[in-house]
Design a protein around this ligand. Structure first.
Ligand SMILES: Cc1cc2nc3c(=O)[nH]c(=O)nc-3n(C[C@H](O)[C@H](O)[C@H](O)COP(=O)(O)OP(=O)(O)OC[C@H]3O[C@@H](n4cnc5c(N)ncnc54)[C@H](O)[C@@H]3O)c2cc1C
Length: 458
């Protein structure tokens, strides 16, 4: 019997895709190529997955966990000879505990479905990102996704109370803790959060929900200096006393492409300023909170930090403002570009962007360096374009982005992960001792190196 036949005897015909049908599936949300793998396995539950992994481990068969394939670090890329294991049939939401404010669900549930389920109970899952409709909770856990509300609620890690994962040899580690406090020994779930499917396959989770805010205020601000951007962040965060839930910044060239050149959206504010800040608050009393929010914005306008502002007056206006920030795909229409995801102390951002531009200019006469990001979280996204997708040139562009991070203790990945894409740059943000410890963990949990081999490090 071949491995594939062995696996089929566990998951049945419905649980297996082979032959041409594998390549007919797209390898990623923004990848034109099809999936290159010997098979895609679709287990219907933890038990099936456990048996599949036991077979693969015995045969030293490489397997790549697949969620919604929206990852942006080549973490789910497969090649011939490997087997993809998709969570697409693990889509049950098992329980919402209104009192404990938890949701228990399987890993293949799309993030948006989980958000909608929480809403039914007037609760909120405080993790949100542009790929919400396609990405899965399992993928969010495995990449420790960030997104739009990190400044208030933290990253995915902060919303995971417990999880279940299948280890490389098929053992099931059930650690479905529901409590906020549990210091009974090592917090083993952390091994599977942000480790990109290299230490285990996440099958279930207990997520922490929050009370849904009763008020939201959203505004788009125009500011001319980066100093003003950070001064206003400090001012408004302090003034709001903890209710700031997003501080997203678009550099002028981002805003211009989305609202003028690409003209997908009308510019809510004229495109004549250097920075556009999308700011959002969440609180408990709409009338009172709006009054206070407007008062703080007025102060920003009167002391000249803010040059112009528009406040969303309805949910549809709010969505329109967010749609500008979320329309990252528009940049991909402009020739070959690559998106980078880095973090650094907020005070270093302006110098960092200048340094990257200087390095780009030293290498290419004509280039694109479009910047936006979750500035409140110290996270920038840079869209780099050099008019070519030649590998040698791309490597130069990568070093223009990553090298300046070293002296400022920045991170080569803020929220997307390392995958295949950044493993050559991991040493910029992690010491040799740290990387060696990561390798020791990998060896201990996956001695045959079958789980997502070659991702994060070699
Ligand atoms: C438009 C857009 C906007 C985005 N915005 C953000 C953002 O704001 N913040 C952010 O952090 N990311 C963002 N992303 C990136 C992406 O959506 C996240 O990384 C997301 O968490 C990936 O989830 P997924 O289900 O698509 O995972 P996949 O892409 O399928 O996989 C990602 C990684 O996780 C592993 N994996 C998947 N499922 C499992 C599992 N069950 N067990 C073990 N390993 C698994 C894979 O092997 C791979 O290494 C964005 C992407 C797009 C396309």
């Amino acid at each position: 019997m071949t491995i594939i036949q062995d696996i089929e005897s566990v998951v049945g015909e419905k649980g297996l895709i082979t032959g041409k049908d594998v390549f007919n599936r797209k390898a990623g949300i923004w990848i034109d190529d099809g999936i290159r793998a010997d098979a895609i396995v679709r287990p219907k539950d933890t038990l099936e997955l456990s048996k599949v992994l036991a077979i693969c481990n015995k045969n030293k068969q490489a397997v790549i966990p697949h969620g919604g394939l929206t990852g942006l670090a080549e973490g789910a890329i497969t090649q011939q000879g490997q087997i993809a294991i998709s969570s697409e049939r693990l889509t049950a939401i098992e329980e919402v505990d209104e009192i404990g404010r938890t949701m228990t669900l399987q890993a293949g549930v799309p993030l948006e479905k989980a958000q909608e389920e929480a809403e039914k109970y007037n609760l909120m899952l405080p993790v949100d990102l542009g790929a919400r409709g396609s990405c899965t909770v399992g993928g969010n856990i495995s990449t420790n996704a960030g997104g739009n509300m990190v400044i208030k609620y933290g990253m995915m890690r902060d919303s995971v109370l417990g999880l279940e994962a299948v280890l490389a040899d098929g053992q099931v580690m059930t650690s479905m803790n529901q409590m906020l406090k549990n210091n009974s020994g090592y917090d083993l779930k952390q091994l599977f959060i942000g480790t990109e499917g290299t230490l285990g396959y996440v099958t279930k989770a207990v997520l922490r929900l929050r009370e849904k805010p009763k008020s939201t205020n959203t505004a788009l601000l125009a500011i001319d200096s980066f100093d003003g951007v950070i001064k206003f962040l400090k001012f408004i965060d302090k003034g709001l006393g903890g209710s700031l839930s997003a501080y997203e910044v678009m550099w002028k060239n981002f805003y211009e492409l989305i609202t003028v050149t690409g003209s997908n959206h009308n510019p809510p504010l004229p495109c004549e300023h250097n920075y556009y800040v999308l700011i959002e608050t969440s609180g408990a009393d709409q009338e009172k909170d709006t009054g206070h929010f407007e008062h703080l914005l007025e102060q920003g306008l009167s002391n000249q930090i803010i040059k112009d502002a528009i406040i969303a007056q309805s949910e549809s206006e709010r969505s329109r403002l967010w749609a500008i920030r979320d329309d990252v795909e528009q940049h991909y229409q402009e020739g070959p570009v690559k998106m980078f995801d880095v973090s650094m102390p907020i005070s270093e951002m302006e110098n960092y962007v200048q340094e990257v531009n200087k390095r780009f200019a030293a290498n290419w006469d004509d280039y694109k360096c479009v910047v936006f990001g979750h500035v409140g979280d110290g996270n920038l996204h840079v869209i780099g374009g050099i008019g070519s997708d030649n590998l040698k040139e791309i490597k130069i562009m990568e070093s223009c982005i990553y090298e300046p991070l070293k002296p400022i203790n920045g991170a080569v990945s803020a929220e997307h992960g390392i995958g295949l894409e950044k493993k050559n740059y991991l040493h910029i943000s992690r010491s040799e001792t740290e990387i060696n410890l990561m390798k020791s963990l990998k060896k201990a949990l996956d001695p045959n190196n079958i789980l997502n081999p070659g991702k994060v490090f070699d």
